[in-house]
Design a protein around this ligand. Structure first.
Ligand code: ADP
Length: 622
């Protein structure tokens, strides 16, 4: 009886069969990789389940070609599939979530999806007119055959099979405009195995035809068959660095970690000593779509002597480097290690700390020698580094601070803290300013004034930035100073004068302070002449932090202690002094307007916009 495929499967298959996707040859990689997975599963099972007895040496994948019957068969002695598994695994699309065909994407996009993720089992239909899967699950005596010619559906019937495992039997299509017969040629299949499946850890065997001189003859040849292992078996991370091309590294990366973009760097290590291990770590060029979500799981693949023991071993990488992908293989780890004991494991800890140092070194090198790559990296992962600085109470800040970058007002690009400090040796502090965008920060009165004195300021446009500075506290013995807070160094002579003026105006400031409800009001000389007011803060909570806190789901009422600063050289200063003497009511109204302006400049909302608007209009009409 013929059964129908699920809708999504049908559509994928339609795409396969009428494939406009040119890279049809990947079908073999997909089938071999499934076979390898199936063997992995059985092997893994044998390690944890004593009733499963297999001989490790026997595990292999067989590829055979029957030219006259146009058949290509890929067999494995892996875990196999029961009738139900055949039904659910092959009757429906890969559950891996690689595809979302629900919305009718343009075909072109679909092709990109194929390119990015590989398509699994159904890719067989790109080259085969008939696909049979004969399988017997390990531990069962029954075998079943799944068969399909494509879209029309599939059937499952009982059959015979001597051994456990799976045979995938493809009937290769007849040649049309496209040549399919090449998939029945030994050399082509060999090429494909080498190209795509060389690092498969089980032998991929093929019966190959060879020729030799006939016995006793000098010029007559005869053909004979010999089984050959086609793949090099040794996984890439165990091979010698100098024998591996960049392309091989990149291909391995994209196959293993499903990333269609090349990684920025790879770090290949072979360590021998008290603890031996091989590791191959990649720094991706971009963040995966789920990177900054809860769903993202960090970790490296963990192998013991070529056998996978954990898909994602989180303990191997610190959170702040959670973006790396890779594998670690150590013969010093036992196979039946559990997740709990893993955390305490001395071997693992040693490897993890070595890996962390390597990643740091690689990133530092990239920062110093390849700015373009580093900026690309930093664009996606800079946030992770910043979070790493202030999480765990700043425990790891010393390890990460060198990797941070911030936008510089004078260089107009991202610079590192050490760059900033080496350029500005004469500064007592590191100046920074916060705001939503660099252009908004540019317009802050305090910033403008410092810029006019050619001071370099770091711009914080991300909400974490200021927390980072608060956590770092110092860099190169310089403190971080928010130019909008009040403690910026000032010309001493002038500041004495200013102090005097402020003392003298104390009573007036008290009137203003009570009216608008800020912590302090004072005159300032740090603004350019055309700016009348600015808002700064006292204490630990800056205005930018107050904004961030207000955005949090739970508003815990944290507010900056605000200081209204009035430009002592602006005409408004004299006007205020005048009003204080002659008209205190009007002074209060001016105070309200000035405070509202200062808040707006800082990007803070005003509580009473109608009142402020009316006050301004009254003033205009005067
Ligand atoms: P994916 O490999 O991405 O999960 P596939 O479409 O390639 O998707 O395969 C679907 C499922 O069929 C696999 O997840 C696996 O459970 C099963 N399968 C495929 N080939 C084999 C095989 N040779 N042995 C055992 N199970 C297999």
């Amino acid at each position: 009886m013929k059964k129908q495929f699920k809708t999504e499967s049908k559509r994928l298959m339609d795409l396969m069969i009428n494939s406009i996707y040119t890279n049809k040859e990947i079908f073999l990689r997909e089938i071999i990789s499934n076979a390898s997975d199936a063997i992995d599963k059985l092997h893994y099972k044998s390690l944890t389940d004593k009733s499963v007895k297999i001989n490790k040496e026997d595990l292999c994948i067989n590829v055979s070609i029957d030219k006259t019957g146009r058949r290509l068969t890929i067999s494995d002695n892996g875990i196999g599939m029961s009738k139900e598994e055949l039904e659910s695994n092959l009757g429906t699309i890969a559950k891996s979530g690689s595809f979302d065909f629900k919305n009718d994407n343009a075909r072109k996009e679909n092709i990109d999806i194929i390119g990015q993720f590989g398509v699994g089992f159904y890719s067989a239909f790109m080259v085969a007119s008939n696909v049979r899967v004969v399988s017997r699950a390990y531990g069962s005596d029954d075998a079943y055959e799944w068969e399909s010619e494509g879209i029309d559906g599939y059937s499952i019937n009982e059959t015979d099979k001597d051994t456990y495992g799976t045979d995938v039997i493809l009937t290769i299509r007849e040649d049309s405009e496209e040549e399919y017969s090449k998939y029945l040629e030994e050399y082509e299949i060999r090429r494909l195995i080498k190209k795509y499946s060389d690092y498969i850890t089980y032998p991929i065997k093929m019966n190959v035809t060879k020729s030799r001189l006939k016995d006793g003859s000098k010029d007559e040849y005869e053909e004979y068959n010999e089984e050959e292992i086609i793949n090099s078996l040794v996984p890439i991370w165990k091979r010698n660095k100098k024998d591996i091309t960049d392309e091989e590294y990149d291909t391995f990366y994209s196959d293993k970690f499903f990333d269609y973009e090349k990684p920025l760097r790879h770090i290949h290590t072979a360590a021998e000593g008290t603890i031996s291990y091989n590791s191959l770590i990649y720094i991706p060029s971009h963040a995966s779509f789920d990177y900054y979500s809860k769903e993202y799981e960090k970790g490296l693949q963990l192998y013991s002597n070529g056998v996978l023991i954990m898909e994602k071993c989180a303990d191997l990488v610190p959170d702040y480097f959670s973006f790396v992908k890779g594998v670690v293989d150590s013969p010093d780890l036992t196979l039946n290690i559990s997740r709990e004991t893993l955390q305490q494991n001395r071997v693992l800890k040693t490897i993890a700390s070595a890996i962390e140092k390597k990643i740091k070194k690689e990133l530092t090198d990239m920062r110093d020698n390849n700015e373009e790559d580093y900026l690309k990296f930093y664009k996606d992962f800079g946030m992770q580094l910043k979070i790493g600085v202030y999480s765990n109470y700043g425990m790891n800040k010393d390890k990460i601070q060198d990797l941070l970058m911030f936008y510089s007002s004078t260089k107009e690009k991202l610079v590192s803290l050490s760059d900033y400090c080496s350029r500005n040796k004469d500064y007592k502090d590191i100046y920074y300013a916060c705001g939503e965008t660099t252009s908004k920060i540019d317009m802050l009165p305090q910033v403008e004034s410092l810029k006019s004195k050619d001071k370099e300021i770091l711009y914080c446009t991300e909400y974490v930035d200021e927390f980072v500075f608060k956590t770092l506290m110092k860099f190169d013995d310089k403190e971080f100073k928010n130019v909008c807070s009040d403690a910026i160094e000032n010309d001493t002579e002038e500041s004495k004068e200013l102090d005097k003026l402020n003392k003298k105006s104390k009573d007036m400031f008290n009137v203003i302070k009570d009216e608008i409800g800020v912590s302090e009001v004072k005159f300032t000389n740090k603004l350019s002449s055309h700016h009348a007011v600015c808002l700064s803060n006292k204490g630990d909570v800056s205005i930018e932090m107050e904004k961030v806190m207000k955005e949090m789901p739970i508003d815990n009422g944290v507010e900056a202690e605000k200081v209204l600063e009035i430009n002592e050289s602006h005409p408004i200063a004299d006007k205020l002094k005048d009003l204080y003497k002659n008209d205190k009511d009007e002074l209060k109204e001016y105070a309200k307007i000035l405070y509202a302006q200062a808040r707006l400049i800082e990007g803070l909302p005003i509580d009473n916009p109608t009142e402020i608007s009316n006050l301004i209009c009254d003033l205009m009409a005067k």
